[in-house]
Design a protein around this ligand. Structure first.
Ligand code: FUL
Length: 487
């Protein structure tokens, strides 16, 4: 054996030995109910718009009776592209349109009813608001969703079996005629009285059984595989339980679906989710930028202020919910100037706040690293990638993570994220900052889940600590991010 082949043999031994003896460190076992691919994509949307627009806009009402003439629907400067452009500039990622509200008027020319845009003066009955909005969304890179009210105060067969068939036919039209639909929206309202094809009476339904929801939801999933279905009871996401624009802490994405239907649910479970619940059904927060869902001239001066909108943002998106902010177009078919200005201000502040993550690339340490392996190491918390994660050993229920900025950094926002692909685990945490050599608590909370953004006091700190004080299983965390809001 010459010298060269001895070196070659030794070299290959050095390569082979560590490979043979290296113990592969496995990721934590998934814990509890888990999100689907559709959920993961939906969580990333964070903030999007709701559009309430129909005959009510022209009658100054919130709930139409179902007896309104379609001739009332006549926007004079209808421009769905303005809605999409303003939404985009405000930081929204999608729009959900009331394709049909409780009065039954359809914003698209459904072949199953005459109570629609087909019989209105706008565009001589040749218009289609659903088409305009879905196309405007595509043009501006927004996702498109639809609200199809189950309660229909116009339809003669409402509360009878034929209406369920009608509702499914309309679902089919919306799910096949307008490209990709990211979310369908079902509310739980069923007020009883209505026009009902001229009967003008009270009609009651059994909310548990009448709509046969499982089959409608199955149809939606078949026609739109990526679509998320919203209601008081899931099946994919849940109502947060108030219309004032805030989520709750704790906020579990897990939820018990059994026996719950739109309009039949448990408030506490909507607010907080069910810890250890059977399904992944995270909360969506719906709120209007004005007091009403529809546009009313008398509410032009009551558009929420920038401060109110920021409070809503942090109380919804900041608590791990998605925010569905309603902006009702006016009788021209445009977002009103005051709403446009407010949305612009909100977009500007959010964009400036979250532009630079001050923790990105900074060194991070943890008091426990799963199998002492780099692939679960704390550096993954600050690598700017929300899909990599730090994880702890199986028996760990408390952990401390520390970011070293290297020099004092000024900030007032901290954003945390669990690696929810493996389930939601953290049930309490605290945040501390080292200011002039002294540690001080700047925030705390219960759950983290898909996202938690804390507004902290503005500090100049050279280190940040996240203490996970209680976890349901060994914790994971995919991001610690730090921001400074514009002063
Ligand atoms: C409720 C409806 O009754 C309101 O009119 C509005 O559409 C709101 C978003 O959902 O259930």
């Amino acid at each position: 054996m010459n010298r060269r082949s001895v070196i070659a043999a030794l070299t290959s031994l050095f390569i082979v030995i560590p490979t043979v003896f290296a113990v592969e460190v496995k990721p934590p076992e998934p814990f509890g109910a888990l999100p689907t691919e559709q959920h993961l994509a939906w969580h990333e949307l964070e903030y999007y718009g709701f559009i309430h627009f129909t005959i009510n806009t022209f009658t100054d009402r919130e709930w139409g009776g179902g007896d309104e003439s379609p001739a009332l629907f006549n926007p004079t400067e209808m421009d769905a592209e303005q809605w999409a452009r303003v939404a985009k500039e405000s930081g929204m990622q999608a729009l959900i349109l009331t394709a049909k509200h409780h009065d039954g008027f359809c914003l698209w020319p459904s072949q199953y009813t005459g109570h629609s845009v087909k019989n209105c003066p706008w565009k001589n009955g040749k218009g289609d608001v659903v088409k305009d909005v879905s196309e405007a969304c595509r043009k501006y890179g927004l996702k498109f969703g639809a609200y199809l009210s189950p309660w229909d105060r116009n339809h003669s067969e409402y509360a009878r079996p034929d209406y369920v068939e009608y509702y499914r036919n309309q679902t089919r039209e919306l799910m096949t005629g307008y490209g990709e639909v990211f979310e369908t929206w079902y509310d739980g309202a069923n007020g009883g009285s209505g026009y009902y094809g001229g009967a003008r009476e009270n009609r009651r339904i059994d909310r548990n059984t009448y709509y046969d929801w499982p089959n409608t939801w199955k149809l939606v999933r078949e026609l739109q595989p990526g679509c998320i279905r919203f209601s008081d009871a899931g099946p994919d996401i849940r109502w947060v339980g108030n219309e004032r624009g805030f989520g709750y802490d704790p906020n579990w994405a897990t939820f018990n679906c059994e026996g719950r239907w739109p309009g039949v649910t448990v408030r506490e479970s909507l607010w907080h989710g069910d810890k250890g619940g059977t399904h992944w059904v995270p909360a969506e927060v719906d709120v209007s930028i004005r007091p009403g869902w529809f546009w009313h001239e008398s509410q032009n001066e009551k558009v929420k202020t920038l401060e109110q909108l920021l409070d809503i943002y942090y109380a919804s998106v900041g608590l791990g919910c998605n925010l569905l902010l309603n902006v009702p177009p006016d009788r021209r078919g445009l977002f009103h100037e005051i709403d446009v200005e407010r949305l612009g201000e909100l977009g500007h502040v959010l964009q400036r706040t979250f532009k630079t993550d001050l923790a990105k690339g900074k060194s991070a340490t943890a008091d426990n690293v799963r199998g002492a392996a780099d692939c679960f190491g704390p550096q993954l918390l600050t690598d700017g990638d929300r899909n990599t994660y730090w994880a702890a050993n199986n028996d760990v229920r408390q952990a401390t993570l520390e970011v070293d900025f290297g020099e004092p950094v000024e900030f007032d926002r901290v954003r945390l994220q669990e690696y929810i692909q493996l389930g939601q685990r953290v049930e309490s945490f605290e945040i501390e900052a080292r200011v002039d050599g002294n540690w001080q608590q700047i925030g705390k909370g219960a759950t983290i889940g898909p996202r938690r953004i804390l507004r902290t006091p503005r500090v100049r700190a050279d280190r940040l600590r996240v203490k996970l004080t209680s976890c349901l299983a060994c914790p994971t965390l995919s991001a610690i991010e730090v921001y400074s809001s514009p002063k």
